[in-house]
Write a protein that binds this ligand. Structure first.
Ligand SMILES: [Zn+2]
Length: 170
């Protein structure tokens, strides 16, 4: 493998627009903003140095994680067949082939559609051992928006490099 600082890919920081350079960490390679430490913008890289998807600012990255998690409720990320089906759905619904390429307007659209599909999936399941008498406490399943907040609070990494690159190629 020819070593590279990634400059041939012309990656621009999703936070500030400055050039990014390829760096190494124990979690693999990544792009870091050349204005570090003033700017802590980072972006995922493939082992050969190619950037993963499109760099984005923090709110966009958070939205990508949210969409990734929502999609994970409909398709199992660990099941290659389910994952392929998910990407097939994504291609029919959006311009981007990967969540890591999406920017805010598209992410919002995909999120809304995933939430709709999840609501249908949740609503379509028969209620377990329901009495004839309606039970107000169980009539309203937790909405995707509520679950979303909980998931974000529980699972959102705090933005350190190590955590950012542990799981997702965003
Ligand atoms: Zn930057």
């Amino acid at each position: 493998m020819t070593d590279t600082d990634g400059s041939e890919y012309n990656v621009k920081c999703g936070e500030c627009g400055a050039p990014m350079r390829l760096r190494d960490s124990r979690f693999g390679r990544f792009y870091g903003c050349t204005r570090y430490p003033d700017c802590k913008g980072t972006h995922g890289a493939h082992p050969d140095g190619a950037p993963m998807g499109v760099p984005a600012d923090k709110p966009t990255k958070q939205m990508r994680r949210t969409v990734h998690d929502l999609a994970g409720r409909l398709w199992d990320w660990d099941d290659p067949a389910a994952k392929a089906e998910m990407y097939s759905w994504l291609r029919g619904f959006t311009e981007s082939r990967h969540i890591g390429e999406m920017l805010m307007p598209e992410l919002r659209r995909v999120k809304a559609e995933l939430e709709r599909m999840i609501a249908v999936a949740v609503g379509g399941q028969p209620a377990a051992a329901q009495d004839d008498e309606p039970n107000p406490a169980t009539e309203q399943p937790p909405g995707p928006a509520d679950m979303d907040d909980a998931a974000l609070n529980d699972e959102m990494p705090n933005g350190t490099l190590a955590e950012e690159f542990e799981d997702l190629p965003f």
